[in-house]
Write a protein that binds this ligand. Structure first.
Ligand code: HEC
Ligand code: HEC
Length: 327
């Protein structure tokens, strides 16, 4: 009779042994993560770099230093893929070769991301709380960016900012007239279809445009506009659609002035709580370049979207705060 608990104990022991063996074997499946040489590090004062080193360099530089617990699979797989992706978007070890104005441009975007709670990636912060950017550190970055430039000429004059705005407005206007139906745009890998009509939607928010560096606009369809008017924006009603349009900035001219450049991409968020339940109730899509190529290799691209929109969970995953809508 005494053999029954014993048998159970043996089964348990074996399960544990198999688990450990599998776990150890998995450790050998390791994608390579190297630190290429630092060719042109960001040029900024040491106190600015210190903040970025502490919170961002692990992913956005060639000086990745992983603590031991990041080297254990499966955490290692997640971190490796984050680092690879992050370096592609922004690599502080390489942007030092760009003109000063453009380096600052990246920092403006960085501050925006920090302020919105999108960076460092929230999933990373949960495991690495020390990487969070404190209000004091944020102030260091902001002070650096808003300090008057050494040469007054480097500051874009109000008229130049206006010129950029006018050019931008012209594009919006022209693209409305443009006949896109002829263009056969493929749906995203998750099945979300492109909606050419976004150009006729209302601009509901332009994001923090610090120095006119950020050339992007958020538009909303009729359902979104109505929801804003009635203050029914949490959750947003089914049928709500957002578009975020992004522009390249032209190379800064000899005075460091950056103007609206080519169309980069349009992103869509389409609300349908049931249909898109697995992605927080939103269908995500991103189409890049003038040929509007669906972004990603397969439907897993949408993990990037949901991961980065996660800090706004309390706001139904939308970053855009309609003016007058909240606070
Ligand atoms: C855990 C890794 C990780 C850390 C740490 C991290 N990022 Fe990122 N970051 C990413 C990834 C991954 C992307 C690419 C996401 C995407 O657009 O698909 C990204 C993208 C960005 C982008 C570009 C977005 C775009 O549209 O091109 C900026 C700017 C940025 N991060 C700033 C920062 C700043 C500033 C910090 C530090 C305060 C930081 N990140 C920390 C992983 C990280
Ligand atoms: C690196 C972080 C990040 C990633 C990755 C990301 N977003 Fe966003 N998204 C933002 C931020 C921040 C905003 C707020 C506007 C701004 O500052 O550009 C935003 C705004 C938007 C908006 C306007 C509505 C709103 O929430 O304010 C849409 C549409 C959108 N994103 C779609 C997408 C899609 C589709 C993807 C994936 C292909 C994606 N986003 C991935 C950070 C991100």
């Amino acid at each position: 009779m005494a053999s029954r608990p014993e048998a159970r104990f043996r089964a348990l022991l074996w399960t544990a042994v198999i688990f450990v063996v599998v776990f150890v074997c998995l450790q050998f499946i390791r994608p390579e993560l190297t630190n290429p040489p630092v060719t042109a590090e960001l040029q900024a004062p040491p106190e600015v770099k210190q903040v970025l080193k502490n919170s961002c360099y692990n992913c956005h530089s060639n000086e990745t230093k992983l603590p031991w617990f990041d080297k254990v699979v499966p955490a290692y797989w997640v971190v490796t893929s984050d680092v690879t992706e992050a370096r592609k978007h922004l690599n502080f070890s390489e942007i030092g070769k760009l003109p000063a104005a453009q380096q600052k441009g990246f920092l403006f975007e960085a501050v925006n991301m920090i302020q919105l709670g999108a960076m460092p990636l929230p999933s990373y912060l949960r495991v690495h709380p020390g990487a969070s950017v404190t209000p004091e550190e944020l102030a260091v970055l902001r002070n650096y960016l808003t300090a008057p430039p050494a040469a007054e000429a480097a500051k874009p004059a109000a008229t130049d900012v206006n010129v950029a705005d006018v050019e931008y407005g012209k594009w919006i206007h022209e693209s409305k007239a443009e006949s896109t139906p002829a263009m056969n745009v493929k749906p995203e890998f998750n099945g979300v279809a492109y909606v050419p009509d976004y150009k006729n939607w209302k601009v509901i928010s332009s994001t923090d445009r610090f120095d006119n560096h950020t050339l992007r606009e958020v538009l909303g369809n009729d359902v979104a506009v109505k929801a804003i008017a009635e203050n029914h924006i949490n959750p947003w009603p089914d049928g709500t659609m957002f578009a975020k349009v992004a522009w390249a900035q032209s190379q800064p001219d000899e005075r460091g002035v950056v103007k609206t450049g080519a169309f980069v991409q349009v992103e869509l968020m389409i609300k349908d709580a049931k249909k898109y339940a697995s992605t927080e109730g939103w269908g995500f899509g991103r189409w890049r370049g003038t040929d509007l190529k669906p972004y990603g290799k397969d439907a897993s691209f949408q993990n990037e979207c949901t991961n980065c929109h996660a800090p706004m969970a309390k706001n139904d995953y939308a970053y855009t705060m309609p003016i007058g809508g909240q606070e």
